[in-house]
Design a protein around this ligand. Structure first.
Ligand SMILES: *Cc1c(COP(=O)(O)O)cnc(C)c1O
Length: 728
């Protein structure tokens, strides 16, 4: 009996379809997601980490029967189950019509070290993973035949808690795989399917879990088996934990293990798509299989490997990202390169940019660039940076070896848009709005939404964010044993009528999370201005080994306690997809001001889908998304377009610009109200933001671009043309 059947056997008969929904993440991007599982037991839903399988397993039978006799609930469940069945059975998809060359017999294998599908599956750390999650969801929606390949981490990414002095404490929690929407993959005898990988001269057995993401399957590998050495069982213990040795072992598992796993599942991918370079060892194993199959040598098969490889690079800087020392490469691959018929130097040169480069590092990005035929950066500007950065790799760009293309990232609209706003879109853009996301004509209908209705719903979402921030802050202060007065003060924290800024991202120094406090006096003057007050909500983790990032968080928490600012600044700890949704759906303005260059950035795109406004440096996606003209500008720009080389003076100028924009543009506009109390010009900007960003920065447009520019053999048509003519 498989897991779904086991769960069904436990449920009251009228509720059995809940098991099908619980085991497919499709539920997480339906409009019913708010109440489908939470109405069963809201407190348990929260304590289960919004994991529907754990909820249904642990809720008392008596409560299940109460739900099972509620005709309204049963009616909704029936409708949803029908919608789900129709979705799963629909083969008349965008990809089926536009790209029949792609088919499910030979899917695209999408390799990623992290996947951010939902807060209940903590195998993501940040933007790269969330992008991979959104990618799978759009692949499912558009019918692109794709399987995901990754690792299942026993304790996922670390959790964050701030102690009394504002210092980040990291801790890990075990994921109960047996009680999650996963299925261990078994062979016809009921035994777990395993593949073997040699790591540090030991055989490691890897088992495989399947996760259903709509129509797409995601396979995650895990080494926590009793027949493995105790040390090796922890190879898939943590995401981005451990040292470089753990990291190379994980990348070896992902790449080489991933290819072997697909082989043992009888999946013969048409293409191998690497989401960043962590999975690049896969290409070596593909070459190895090809050599065994054809009898040719490594040199002869590389062109065939390149034809099957697609590489999306995410780094905006070449030197530091994903490199291993040659010592590590030797100890992990010393017994592997002979299989490819390569000498040590030949093997090492695959990870070197130019012969004159220092020989002590092996770059995974260079390996991926060399062994894939199609490469792209993740925004138009990032594409330019990559072409310049990596031109030395391609000896002969005219011979079809380059250049690097650019496909700007987008976000999955139905995941990131608040159900209250999606409901408005259904009313004014049409019930099928989410199937035509790339159509600009659809989005101009946003202008038909009544101002007061858009404002009312936005205000509810802002209150929702404030309520959540207070409740999290209250718990945190109680757990830290803070003074009674400080605990009581939570009731005054943040005000729904006040202009609300948001800033949430990784606290790495280059993100410059404290730019707003560059000049504390000025910051206080602006935030605590009694006529035009401003408040801000922060969130985000610093990497466990990044003490500088932790110090930035600590300074922000000090400002949270500053007498002039204490009701105006909040820090939500343990930023994850759940917190991210509340933030991007509830803020008035989203700030983004990293040091340049930034690859793309996606959280601001989520904000725009919800009617929030972006205030960002002109880089990444905003360099192409920002429109000052038209009926109304769609956001704000800070800093100058031509940054200087001196980071300190650049930061001073960016801070200066941030203050100017907030004080003289954002705040006055927000507080300018008509007689009915509505900020009409602000609402016009909200609509301009939705209608200009909506059609472009969604993941359906992104997927269509990948299909037409990277996947199809004749990747020549532009996605705009295809989307306009073929989207339903
Ligand atoms: C969207 C998202 C990110 C990526 O945001 P950036 O703007 O690219 O920094 C990171 N973490 C979470 C939880 C997200 O939802």
């Amino acid at each position: 009996m498989n897991s779904v059947s086991r769960l069904k056997a436990k449920l009251p008969t009228p509720l059995v379809r809940l098991a099908d929904l619980a085991y497919n993440y499709w539920w997480s991007w339906t409009e019913d997601r708010v109440s489908l599982f939470s109405t069963i037991d809201p407190a348990l839903w929260q304590s289960c980490g919004y994991n529907p399988v754990a909820l249904l397993e642990s809720v008392p039978d008596e409560r299940l029967w109460q739900v099972a006799e509620d005709p309204h609930y049963l009616n909704r469940l029936l409708q949803l189950a029908q919608q789900f069945d129709a979705y799963m059975a629909d083969y008349d998809t965008w990809a089926g019509r536009t790209a029949p060359e792609l088919n499910y017999d030979r899917p695209i294998a999408y390799f990623s070290l992290e996947f951010g599908l939902h807060e209940s599956l903590p195998v993501y750390a940040g933007g790269l993973g969330v992008l991979a999650g959104d990618y799978l969801k759009s692949a499912s929606d558009l019918g692109v035949p794709l399987v995901g390949v990754g690792l299942l981490y026993r304790q996922g990414y670390f959790h964050q808690r701030l102690n009394r002095s504002g210092w980040q404490e990291d801790y890990y929690v075990d994921s109960p795989f047996e009680h999650m929407p996963l299925e261990l993959v078994r062979d016809e005898f009921g035994q777990p399917v395993t593949v073997k990988v040699t790591i540090r001269q030991r055989i490691v057995r890897v088992q495989v879990w399947k996760i259903q993401v709509g129509r797409v399957e995601l396979y995650l590998m895990d080494t926590n088996r009793s027949d493995n050495d105790p040390v090796d069982r922890w190879l898939t213990g943590h995401l981005y934990g451990g040292n470089q040795e753990t990291r190379i072992a994980q990348e070896l598992l992902l790449g080489i293990g991933g290819v072997r796993m697909l082989h043992s599942l009888d999946i013969d991918p048409m293409l191998y798509h690497l989401n960043d370079s962590h999975g690049a060892f896969a290409l070596l194993e593909v070459a190895h299989l090809e050599m065994l199959h054809s009898g040719d040598g490594f040199g002869a098969v590389t062109e065939r490997v390149r034809q099957r490889g697609v590489f999306t690079t995410h780094s905006p800087v070449s030197a530091v990202s994903n490199v291993f020392s040659v010592d590590l490469i030797e100890s992990f691959f010393g017994d592997y390169w002979p299989r490819l018929g390569l000498s040590r130097d030949e093997f090492l040169s695959l990870g070197h940019r130019r012969p004159e480069d220092p020989w002590d590092f092996f770059s995974m990005t260079v390996l991926a660039l060399r062994l894939t035929g199609r490469t792209n950066g993740v925004s138009q500007r990032h594409g330019d940076i990559c072409r310049e950065m990596w031109q030395g790799i391609y000896p002969n760009p005219e011979a079809g070896q380059g250049p690097i293309k650019a496909i700007t990232n987008g976000v999955h609209a139905r995941t990131w848009t608040a159900p209250l706003i999606m409901d408005l879109y259904s009313q004014h853009l049409g019930v099928d709005w989410s199937t035509k996301l790339a159509d600009p004509a659809l989005w101009t209908k946003v202008n038909a939404i009544p101002d007061d209705e858009l404002w009312r719903r936005h205000s509810i979402l802002k209150e929702r964010l404030i309520a959540y921030t207070r409740s999290k802050t209250l718990t945190a202060r109680q757990e830290r044993g803070e003074a009674a007065d400080d605990i009581k003060a939570v009731g005054r924290l943040l005000d729904p009528k006040v202009l609300t800024l948001g800033f949430a991202r990784r606290f790495s120094p280059y993100k410059r999370g404290e730019l707003l406090f560059y000049d504390l006096h000025r910051a206080i003057r602006i935030l605590a201005n009694p006529r035009m007050p401003i408040q801000i909500v922060f969130g985000g983790k610093a990497h466990p080994q990044d003490d500088e990032g932790k110090r930035i968080i600590q300074r922000i928490t000090e400002w949270c306690r500053h007498p002039a600012l204490r009701d105006r600044i909040a820090f939500i700890d343990d930023y994850d997809m759940y917190v991210a949704k509340l933030l991007v759906q509830g803020v008035d303005v989203w700030l983004n001001h990293p040091r340049r260059p930034e690859a793309c950035g996606t959280s601001g795109q989520k904000v725009s889908l919800n009617g929030g406004l972006n205030c960002s440096i002109l880089d990444g996606w905003w360099a192409e998304g920002y429109h000052p003209g038209g009926a109304s500008p769609n956001g704000w720009v800070i800093g100058d377009t031509n940054p200087t080389d001196d980071p300190d003076s650049q930061t001073r100028r960016d801070a200066e610009s941030l203050y100017e924009v907030i004080e003289h543009q954002i705040a006055p506009l927000y507080y300018q109200r008509d007689r009915s109390g509505l900020p009409r010009r602000w609402i016009a900007m909200m609509k301009a933001s939705i209608s200009s960003c909506g059609p472009r920065y969604n993941s359906d447009r992104m997927l269509a671009d990948y299909v037409t520019q990277m996947y199809l053999p004749e990747a020549v048509t532009t996605a705009e043309l295809v989307m306009a003519s073929a989207m339903p």
